[in-house]
Design a protein around this ligand. Structure first.
Ligand code: ATP
Ligand code: MG
Length: 385
C-alpha cells in the first residue's frame, strides 16, 4: 500500500499522532478508536518518511496475536516489519538470551510456564511443611512482588510474610538450580539487568530510536520501569492506551501508569482519539454508561462513526440455566435467519460459566467452539518464542 493511502485513512487526531516528530507521546483513547492503527501507521511512517531502519524500533504488545498482526500490517505498508516487536515477555526473553550471562544465568536457561512453576511451588510448600490450602495465597504474594520487579523479599512484617518470604526464597533457589526462570523472572531479571549494568542499558538505549507500547494501561510496575530504562535521551516513546479497558489488574497492571505518564513526562504530547470505528451508537452508549462508573479515569467521550444500530437488550434471568437457555434460543434464531455461525459470539465473565452454555448449545445441536482462557495464550506467548 502506498504511503498516501496510509495517511488518507487516518482522521486528524490519528494523523497528528502518526506524524509526531520527537519526544514523548501519549495516545489516549477509548475502545475501537484506532489506537493500534496509530502504532502500526506510525512505525510505517517513521520507516518510510524519516528513514528509521526496522531494527531501531522496539514495539511492545500484550499478546502474540496482536504483535503478529501489527508486524504484518507494517509489512504491507512498507515491505518490512520492525525487528523487535513482541510481547513484553518475549522481548525480555530475547534480551536475557543475549545478556543473561551478566546476571549469572546459564546460556541455555529454560522458561517455566505457569504449569511448571505451579508444580515447583507446590513441591516447596510440601517441603516447608505448609498445607496445600496455602498455595493460592503464597503464589499471589510472590506475584505481587514480581509485578513490582522485586525478586528479593523485603524484611517480613508478620509471621505470614515470613512464611511467604521463605517459600519464595526456596522457590527462586530451586529455579536457579534447575537453570530456569519463570514468567515473572523474565521481567524482573530484565529490569535488574538494566538497573545494575549501565553499559548494557546504554547500549540498548542507543540501539532503539523509538519505543512503542500498545495497551499501555495493562503494564505493571516492572514493565513500565523497563520501558523507562530503555529510553534514549530524546525520549522517543509512544504509548497508547485506554484507562477504561484495563483487564489485567489481577496480575498487577497499574492503570495509574497511564494516568501518571503525563506526570513522569510533563512535556509529553497528548493526543486523544474521539471517534469509535468499531461499534454502533447504542453499544457505545451502553458501554460508556458502564465505564462512567469507573473510578480514577479521565473523562472522555466517544462518537460512533458507524452510527445507527439496534438497541441493546438487557435480560434478567432467574438462574444460570435460564440465562443460558435464553442466550442459546437467540443464537438459534439468528442461525435460522441465515447468520453464519462465525458471526456469533457469546461472552462470559469467567471460565467457570462456560459449562452451562456449552451444555445448552449441545442440547440444541448448535456447533460451537470455546476459545481459550488467558492462561492459554499466556503460555503460548512465551512458548512460541
Ligand atoms: N480513520 C479510520 N477510518 C476508518 N476505519 C478506522 C480508522 N481508524 C481505525 N479504523 C478501524 O477501526 C477498527 C479499530 O481500530 P484499532 O484496532 O486500531 O482500534 P483500537 O483503539 O486499537 O481498539 P482496541 O481498543 O480494541 O485496542 C479497525 O477495524 C480499524 O481498521
Ligand atoms: Mg488496540
Amino acid at each position: 500500500m502506498a504511503m498516501d493511502d496510509l495517511l488518507d485513512n487516518l482522521n486528524e487526531d490519528q494523523l497528528a499522532a502518526v506524524t509526531h516528530e520527537t519526544g514523548p507521546l501519549l495516545v489516549f483513547a477509548g475502545a475501537g478508536s484506532g489506537k493500534t492503527r496509530v502504532i502500526t501507521c506510525r512505525i510505517a511512517w517513521l520507516m518510510r518518511e524519516r528513514h528509521v531502519p526496522p531494527d531501531r524500533f522496539l514495539a511492545m504488545t500484550f499478546t502474540n496475536k496482536a504483535s503478529e498482526e501489527m508486524k504484518h500490517r507494517v509489512q504491507t505498508y512498507v515491505g518490512e516489519g520492525p525487528h523487535w516487536m513482541g510481547t513484553f515477555h518475549s522481548v525480555c526473553l530475547r534480551l536475557l538470551r543475549i545478556y543473561g550471562a551478566r546476571l549469572g544465568l546459564p546460556g541455555g536457561f529454560v522458561v517455566y510456564d505457569d504449569g511448571d512453576s505451579e508444580v515447583l511451588l507446590r513441591r516447596i510448600l510440601r517441603e516447608q511443611g505448609l498445607g496445600r490450602e496455602r498455595f493460592a495465597g503464597v503464589a499471589s504474594w510472590i506475584d505481587r512482588l514480581k509485578n513490582d520487579g522485586v525478586l528479593e523479599p523485603p524484611e517480613p512484617e508478620s509471621r505470614q510474610d515470613a512464611e511467604c518470604a521463605a517459600v519464595m526464597k526456596a522457590y527462586q533457589e530451586a529455579l536457579r538450580a534447575a537453570g530456569a526462570v519463570d514468567f515473572g523472572d523474565l521481567l524482573c531479571l530484565t529490569a535488574q539487568l538494566l538497573r545494575e549494568h549501565e553499559d548494557v542499558r546504554l547500549e540498548l538505549a542507543q540501539r532503539f530510536d523509538h519505543i512503542l507500547v500498545d495497551e499501555f494501561q495493562d503494564t505493571n510496575l516492572v514493565q513500565y520501569e523497563i520501558v523507562r530504562l530503555l529510553l534514549n535521551p530524546q525520549r522517543d516513546i509512544c504509548v497508547v492506551g485506554d484507562d477504561d479497558q484495563s483487564i489485567y489488574s489481577w496480575r498487577g497492571a497499574r492503570v495509574s501508569n497511564i494516568l501518571d505518564f503525563v506526570k513522569d513526562f510533563p512535556d509529553a504530547t497528548v493526543v486523544t482519539l474521539r471517534n469509535n470505528y468499531r461499534s454502533r451508537t447504542p453499544i457505545l452508549r451502553a458501554a460508556t454508561q458502564v465505564v462512567s462508573r469507573n473510578i480514577r479515569r479521565r473523562e472522555k467521550t466517544l462518537l460512533a462513526v458507524r452510527g445507527g444500530g439496534e438497541p441493546v437488550l438487557v435480560h434478567g434471568a432467574f438462574d444460570e440455566v435460564q440465562e443460558a437457555a435464553f442466550v442459546v434460543r437467540n443464537v438459534a434464531r439468528a442461525l435460522a435467519d441465515g447468520t453464519p455461525p462465525s458471526r456469533v459470539a457469546v461472552f462470559f465473565r469467567t471460565n467457570a460459566q462456560s459449562r452451562v452454555f456449552e451444555d445448552a448449545m449441545r442440547n440444541r445441536g448448535i456447533p460451537h467452539r470455546v476459545v481459550g482462557a488467558v492462561r492459554f495464550y499466556q503460555r503460548k506467548e512465551v512458548k512460541d518464542v
